[in-house]
Design a protein around this ligand. Sequence first.
Ligand SMILES: [Zn+2]
Length: 332
Amino acid sequence: MSPGEIYLGIDIGGTKTNIGLVDTKGTVLAQRRIPTSTNAHCQSAEQDLQSIIQGTQELITELNSKPTIRSIGIGVPGTVDRSLGEVVFAPNLNWRHVPIRDFFAKTFDLPICVGQDTEAAAWGEFLFGAGRDMRDIACITIGTGIGCGLVIGGQLYKGRFGTAGEIGHTMVEKAGLACNCGRSGCAEAYASGTAILKRFREAVQAGQKSSLLQHMELDKITTRDIFSGAKAHDLLSEAVIKDAVEYLSMALTNLVNLMCPEAVILSGGISQQRELFVNPLIEQTYARMYSVLVDKVKITTAELGTNAPLIGAAMLCKDPSYQGSMGKEGKS
Ligand SMILES: [Zn+2]
């Protein structure tokens, strides 16, 4: 990379899309967030993409000097066919088979890479965050769902059929709770933000008491409230979170034992919950993992914050594993 080069990153989320221009050091030079609509099929995907393109063009004109953009990287919350540059299925957006790269190529004559948001976050942390100077990392996103991006041997790893890293759907319980994926017993059904909320509500509906209900209605309670409840020693909030930590620690242990990474990096909204979630999660994972790895594998939190998927997306075309998947191939 030569100095002065700029990369365009787009992180498409369930409710908002984060668009940014990023330099070679991973610094976001300009960015804007626009709403993403999530209520219809391909028709609305096109409208969303059109407003993202418009937002991108406005962002470029906002910069004083006209930048030379080298490539575009797009992260989406779903399964992607990177060779086609297509979103295969993004449940939170209700997108199926959206040819996102072709759509952008009508406006931008540049290499364009499309990947999953979790791999973009992992790539961002690998290049500029908690995983820099490492070779093999796993970056876990703990939020509405539980995702994971893998960097192996210095490049993103997605497996033969593009779905590697689905740690949220690794099994942690025989005949366990139903998961959004249609199976049961998955880590995500116990430990995601959505699962914590769902399990809390179900416990209350089954007759368990919670002090949160003294000043809040059950259907208004959020995952964040449950963490506040646990801080204030509400027993039900504490129990649901403790269970989530325990199940996720099993999934992390399995990941570490299988992959032997240098670091496991925890990102996403719930990774902000240090005392109640991250600290016990790290402690339990070390207590469970293959003993040889205990003093070797680092488990830590992400450094790039909410911009990790944006910064990583901007750099996707720099990942060797994307060679041949950019539409128009990059020169660098
Ligand atoms: Zn699942």
